[in-house]
Design a protein around this ligand. Sequence first.
Ligand code: PLP
Length: 394
Amino acid sequence: MKESVSPPTDWLALERQYDSGIYNKRDITLVRGEGARVWDSDGVEYLDCTSAYGVANLGHCHPAVVKAIQEQAGQLISVSQSFGNNRRAQFYAALRSVLPDSLSRFFPVNSGAEAIEAALKFARVATGRKKWVAAMRGFSGRTMGALSVTWEKAYREPFAPLVEPVQFIPYNDVDALVHAVDSETAAVILEPIQGEGGVRPTTVEFLSAARKQTQQQGALLILDEIQTGFGRTGKLFAMEHFGITPDIVTLAKAVGGGVPLGVTTMTPAVADAIPKGAHGSTFGGNPLAMAAGFAVIQTLKEERLSERADFMGESWMEQVRSWELPRVREVRGRGLMIGIELKEKAAPFIQRLQHEHRVITIPAGPNVIRLLPPLVIEMSEWARAAQALREVLS
Ligand SMILES: Cc1ncc(COP(=O)(O)O)c(C=O)c1O
């Protein structure tokens, strides 16, 4: 019998035929991943310095996550939050063990934007107030509520009117914050390090002022750790760099090890103020995501990945700064959340990194090359990323 040979498929053309076209798609089809490396459909290997937008902190297909998903898939995949579930209980206990004591109540969802939506709704219902205060250049997601507290006009304006009132203040401006937060404010929402807005760390003074002013005015402080959480910045959560504990922390991206998962974490005071039935999510807290999330937390602790991110990020940034590359204005970030601000547009250099060096990076605003490599990236791989940058930016 003749062996049947299937013709090579142009996956990208097939996908583009039906895709909404909303995403500006890069020109490769990724089909496999391991650690910090991914392969396209022609078998070409790339170094992934994006972790799929900050998701694969443990690397692609970490064996602990794969095992947890495989085992759970054969046990039970769906069970609503109207019922208990052993994996959910286990995940909650693990999450509790890595968060500050006061953040002891959880609402599981399926994405970052959903975690933000829940946080905004909970803040309104817990305070009985309407106004939100958010930061210029802040990014919270694309659903109507999350978009309402997102700064970038290009994302917001096509969808106006959004949810109001929201007051945007300059990031790190203590005076503006103190003036904006008043007795009408339900919550202040901030990223401890702005990701999409250009990888901009906040200051201790600003976050401390946000904590103090919200407490004085009876408002809540929401920290968005969707991108900064789970070891990314050299601590398990970026708030640990600043020594403050908010009322609500939103988590997503890396928490599920690649399985869609978000969590709105909150104090008992906030949780107890939300009426029964006031919010819901069909998929939220499903056993598959819970099993993956549990494996992620265990692995992060066992492999001490936040310490690794701290060490690998700081020494790498120092080296890149020491080259004094002519096109670079600033190298900044924390741990393995790094932004390289250029004096010109970043897009052509991101293209060259991919095409000439097989290193995948993403932008953060028009002039910043953002690197969010898996925290398990090997020394030699990380050095390769630095050399590639050096070549394209020299
Ligand atoms: C800080 C921050 N918040 C919220 C979101 C929205 O998350 P998702 O895309 O999962 O809805 C993102 C996504 O990039 C983010 O970086």
